[in-house]
Ligand binder design. Structure first.
Ligand code: MG
Ligand code: MG
Length: 260
């Protein structure tokens, strides 16, 4: 279903979204070589519940965890486990919270290594997100967002995952409209004020092709090459997008980690 939100409802989604952003900042503090993805998941769930909210993903279609943690060639929907984070891992963390009747949804790819190809993938994927967000304006169409993301990713020689897409977000975690990371300018549903959407490019160094791992959840690249994922929850604006999640809290932590 497609739901239009009032200004007050958008403020509630902002609260949910900011809690997601703060939860991801807690992950930024903890994600280091040697930590298991399961302990990151526990930490997130505790932080979310301590703030009076519920993890959106836990129990959603029987998903067992609070976070999706997808490493390297894993694109999205990775299951937290006893796997330890390693020095050269790219760790994509997707988080949703349900607070005061509304969901917020955001994802960030953490990388502590110095591999130039991985650093470039992360940088470009984040730029793809920014380019998509720029189109989240009343009168634009979902295809304008997809086109902006796809054109820039392909220009950089990357694969754009097609099987998984962005979505409306609000009282339900996944609402209309569909927000693909590909498409033609001027196609798709027209965006209007009152719509809140999650924009979430999943960009692969190699092929765009993906498959589902035997755990039934984890989506991975077919060629085993790395994939990155960034996501914001955004309210459609009259003149510019209102980004409800933020990476500021995360990046404050990351910068202080590197300060010496
Ligand atoms: Mg998400
Ligand atoms: Mg999402």
């Amino acid at each position: 279903m497609l739901y239009f939100k009032t200004k007050d409802e958008i403020e509630l989604i902002r609260e949910s979204s900011l809690l997601v952003s703060k939860t991801l900042a807690e992950i930024a503090k903890a994600v280091k070589p040697g930590i298991t993805t399961l302990s990151l998941d526990k930490l997130a769930e505790e932080f979310i519940r301590d703030h009076g909210a519920v993890p959106s993903f836990k129990g959603y279609r029987n998903f067992p965890s609070s976070l999706c943690i997808s490493i390297n060639e894993q694109v999205v929907h990775g299951l937290p486990s006893n796997r330890m984070v390693e020095e050269e891992d790219m760790v994509s963390v997707d988080c949703g919270v349900f607070l005061n009747g509304f969901h917020g949804d955001s994802a960030y790819t953490f990388y502590m290594g110095d591999d130039a190809a991985k650093l470039k993938l992360i940088y470009i994927t984040k730029e793809c997100l920014d380019l998509g967000v720029e189109k989240a304006i009343s009168g634009m169409r979902t295809g304008d967002i997809g086109d902006a993301i796809q054109t820039y990713a392909i220009k950089n020689g990357y694969g754009v995952v097609r099987e998984l897409i962005g979505h409306g977000v609000g009282r339900d975690l996944h609402e209309k409209p569909d927000v693909p990371n590909y498409g033609r300018k001027g196609s798709g549903m027209q965006l209007k004020e009152g719509m809140t959407i999650a924009i979430e490019p999943m960009i692969n160094i190699g092929t765009k092709e993906v498959f589902t791992e035997s755990d039934g959840w984890t989506i991975s690249t077919k060629d085993g090459m790395p994939s990155a994922h960034f996501e914001h929850t955004v309210a459609i604006g009259r003149n510019q997008a209102d980004v409800l999640t933020t990476f500021e809290y995360i990046e404050e932590v990351l910068q202080s980690n590197y300060a010496y």
